[in-house]
Write a protein that binds this ligand. Structure first.
Ligand code: ADP
Ligand code: MG
Length: 401
């Protein structure tokens, strides 16, 4: 196969300038500011957010930039560097099902923030976005669009929202306006992430605890492989898994599977007759415990000190998602197996699954070799060319200019 190339995010300052320039070209005047929000990888804790679980995401270097301005009208105009589809409509007309295609991710946030907008006056805005999170790769380009938009609207309209208000508005935009069934992991990470940290997220109350996650200083790296395989969250499979886990909670008589003590796992599973539902429950309950174990290792010492056990937890997470939750596809398994065989400390799929991306915890100086091994395995299996990125823990959404 050809040489594997690890792609870097474009220079942030230059992208801010370019987004402002593109706004000016599109709308004929200068924007009031530029805001941005990152994509994310979830390090561990997959398919547990909708069961009040724990997860551990971090923001990546790839971000969505939004240049925007208040207008003297009630018109909302939205454009993207990544699409020819444009939106134009009156602020007061925004409603679920009224907006088609990607602009719903932006207008949905404005809609969800309406309780914070005072008075009956419908304020117009012009928004131009330039997204550098790969679309539909499981790295949450959708949350990066929403959260950058929320940041812009907060500033432009002086809404007085807290970061958590914005997280909730972005979740509402995706669930209720776009109509995609997601938990709160993506939006929490995109808004609340901190540089040099992973974010322990308790999905029960969206409380977060930054956890030291120093990869570069320890000679380690997190290699992201975008398999470029099909991925669709809005699709039925994701909703099916959600339903299976809800069914398990119902059978066990708890609100969510978070309430099951992992010490009583076998007893709990013994009460579920349906073999599939039983495996789904086993994934969720054990995955939440793996996040606790992962976090405990990071509390106890550096990533370097815990690297073997951290890697083992990543591997166990993937195997559970493959065998019990059945959300992997061949491309994800091939990428993970190739990374492990090439000496990664651990590797797993990240995001909702059914395609999307994997992560591998690797020695920094072996990232290129691991990427090459994955590219070679893809070529052997006829899976096309994956894309590679290095994930550095970056800061969450904010104003760039
Ligand atoms: P993911 O969040 O994993 O990238 P999703 O399916 O949740 O995948 O979101 C991808 C969708 O988000 C795209 O199909 C598009 O509608 C929208 N989107 C993301 N980034 C952009 C962008 N820069 N411009 C326009 N639409 C975007
Ligand atoms: Mg998404």
């Amino acid at each position: 196969s050809s040489d594997a190339v690890i792609l870097e995010a474009p220079d942030r300052g230059e992208t801010v300038d370019a987004t402002a320039r593109a706004f000016a070209e599109a709308f004929g005047y200068e924007p009031d500011g530029v805001w941005s929000a990152p994509g994310r990888v979830n390090i561990i804790g997959e398919h547990v957010d909708y069961q009040d679980g724990l997860c551990l995401p971090m923001a990546i270097s790839h971000r969505c930039f939004v240049a925007a301005a208040r207008t003297p009208t009630d018109l909302v105009r939205v454009r993207s560097a990544q699409s020819d589809v444009v939106f134009e409509g009156q602020a007061g007309d925004l409603a679920p099902d009224a907006v088609e295609g990607w602009p719903a991710y932006v207008t949905g946030v404005l809609w969800a923030l309406r309780p914070f907008i005072s008075g009956a006056v419908q304020q117009g805005v012009d928004i131009y976005l330039d997204g550098h999170v790969p679309l539909g790769s499981g790295l949450s380009s959708s949350a990066s669009v929403e959260c950058a938009s929320a940041e812009a609207l907060e500033s432009l309209l002086s809404l007085g929202t807290t970061p958590l208000d914005r997280v909730r508005a972005c979740i509402a935009a995706e669930n209720d306006f776009v109509g995609a069934s997601t938990g709160g992991l993506d939006q929490s990470a995109s808004v609340l992430a901190r540089e040099g940290r992973a974010l322990l997220l308790d999905c029960r109350d969206f409380s977060t605890t930054p956890v030291a996650w120093d990869l570069a200083g320890q000679g380690l790296a997190l290699l992201i492989t975008d398999t470029r395989a099909e991925h669709s969250h809005a699709g039925g499979e994701y909703a099916d898994r959600r339903r299976d886990s809800e069914r398990a909670a119902e059978i066990l008589g708890v609100g969510t599977l978070r309430d099951i003590d992992p010490a009583g796992l076998d007893e709990a599973l013994g009460r579920i007759d349906d073999e599939v539902v039983r495996r789904r429950a086993r994934h969720v309950i054990t995955e939440i415990q793996r996040v606790r174990d992962f976090d405990a290792l990071l509390e106890r010492g550096s990533v370097r000190e815990g690297v073997a056990q951290l890697g083992a937890l990543l591997n166990a997470s993937h195997d559970s998602l493959r065998d019990d939750y059945e959300v992997t596809v061949p491309a994800l398994d091939v990428a993970v197996d190739a990374a492990r065989a090439a000496g990664a400390h651990g590797s797993r799929m990240t995001g909702g699954g059914f395609g999307g991306s994997t992560i591998a915890l690797v020695e920094a100086d072996s990232a290129q070799d691991v990427a090459q091994a994955i590219a070679d395995a893809f070529a052997r299996e006829g899976l096309g060319s994956p894309a590679f990125f290095l994930a550095l823990p970056e800061d969450g959404s904010g104003q760039d200019r």
